[in-house]
Design a protein around this ligand. Sequence first.
Ligand code: IDP
Ligand code: MG
Length: 152
Amino acid sequence: MSDFEREFVMVKPDGVKRRLVGNIISRLEQVGLRVVAMKMLQLTKGMAEKHYVIHKGKPFYDGLIKFISSGPVVAMIIEGKDAVKRVRKIAGATNPMDAEAGTIRGDLAMVIGRNVVHAADSPENAKIEYSIYFKESEIVSYEMINEDWVYE
Ligand code: IDP
Ligand code: MG
């Protein structure tokens, strides 16, 4: 489909430690998005700095780098129609206090520094970010068995 996009998503260390990985992935899968690459890893400080380069210099930056590299994360590429917009909507507002009920952050998190999930904010940034974690050869391609019922 021509408007298919790839979004980069990461379950943060709080999400992994709280055993919310399945819950978070389910929410993405159940609307009709698909996982096309996934791995669990712990970020080095260098990887964390690369990932959050746009926030360098902000007051929360040092804490963010320390937190995101403090434990395992699950990095994944999510594919589907308008995947970036759709995933960001499902993730909810950055601050869980402002996130609607029914969103990942609205249902599963309390404060901005522990908001359980990361999702890239544009298709361009998604590609830049997922390239830190995945080689092109690690991204798979497949049709869902219910493709014709999820898409028309
Ligand atoms: P996003 O994750 O919704 O795209 P960004 O503004 O890109 O939000 O911020 C990246 C991450 O940095 C947030 O998810 C959050 O964990 C953290 N963060 C952003 N603003 C603050 C803040 O004011 N205090 C603490 N952490 C923050
Ligand atoms: Mg962001």
